[in-house]
Design a protein around this ligand. Structure first.
Ligand SMILES: NC(=O)c1ccc[n+]([C@@H]2O[C@H](COP(=O)([O-])OP(=O)(O)OC[C@H]3O[C@@H](n4cnc5c(N)ncnc54)[C@H](OP(=O)(O)O)[C@@H]3O)[C@@H](O)[C@H]2O)c1
Length: 232
């Protein structure tokens, strides 16, 4: 699909990668960009249509789907990464919260917006995943569970939305230079570069977009004798 003339919705569009997506969509000539955020007052970008949308809130999702029935591009960007390890006392609670935002959120958005995408020619659904869909680091156990599950969700949705002509895209990246990775000193891709590469991939019809070399290495290692996820 072409970004120029598209009508897009981005979750978590108030800051970080979501803001970069909204900026890139406007710069490429999207006709309308719904910038969705838990608190619409935090949307400061000119030229977008602010929407209140907590991806874990069923009422917000239903209202957003009613308000944005003209979309043909939905970007499930919102996500959280919480610190507790899987076996910490609060590890199960933290995992459930990450699954609510990173897995069930995109599922609910996809279900709510699938009819609009169908009505508007099929369009595209982009899910923001991670290199950690295929890798668990000592500090990312629960987050990695959520992104692995969201990867499988994306692959399932691709089958279920094929008949209506919706192009489902899994977008994977290693560290991105946003608040989420502020504590990380490893190399990071700028949010603007991630948005640019992702929108190029959407326009090219790619179903899986690997943003950086680290992500390509992690995925490439899966079929080797030393997959990255077995690393110490
Ligand atoms: N940064 C990285 O290194 C990295 C790498 C790979 C993938 N990712 C993924 O990229 C996506 C964007 O992350 P980011 O780096 O931009 O992180 P970020 O700077 O922490 O921003 C997260 C965004 O998600 C929003 N959000 C969180 N929970 C939400 C909810 N329940 N409903 C609606 N919005 C919610 C936040 O809104 P509030 O302002 O209301 O909190 C914020 O806009 C996420 O899916 C993340 O997992 C990030």
């Amino acid at each position: 699909m072409k970004i120029q003339g598209s009508i897009a919705l981005v979750t978590g569009a108030n800051r970080g990668l979501g803001l970069a997506f909204a900026q890139a969509l406007l710069a490429r000539g999207a006709n309308k960009v719904y910038a969705a955020a838990r608190d619409p007052k935090t949307i400061t970008l000119d030229g977008v249509v602010p929407l209140k949308l907590d991806v874990t809130n069923a009422d917000d999702i239903a209202a957003a789907a009613r308000a944005a029935g003209d979309v043909n591009l939905v970007i499930n960007n919102a996500g959280i990464a919480l610190a507790p390890a899987l076996l910490d006392a609060d590890g199960e609670d933290a995992l459930r919260r990450q699954l609510e935002t990173n897995l069930f959120g995109p599922l609910a958005i996809s279900r709510a917006f699938a009819p609009a995408l169908a009505a508007n020619g099929g369009g595209a659904l982009v899910n923001m995943l991670s290199a950690l869909s295929w890798l668990s680091l000592p500090t990312t156990g629960a987050y990695s569970v959520s992104k692995s599950a969201a990867w499988a969700l994306t692959n399932g949705l691709r089958h279920e939305l094929r008949a209506q002509g919706t192009h489902v895209v899994g977008l994977h990246a290693a560290f991105i230079d946003t608040e989420m990775a502020a504590h990380v000193s490893a190399p990071k891709t700028s949010a603007a570069d991630v948005a640019r590469i992702a929108l190029d991939g959407v326009e090219a019809g790619q179903e899986e977009i690997l943003i950086d070399e680290v992500t390509r290495q992690v995925k490439g290692s899966l079929s080797t004798a030393k997959p990255a996820y077995l690393g110490a």
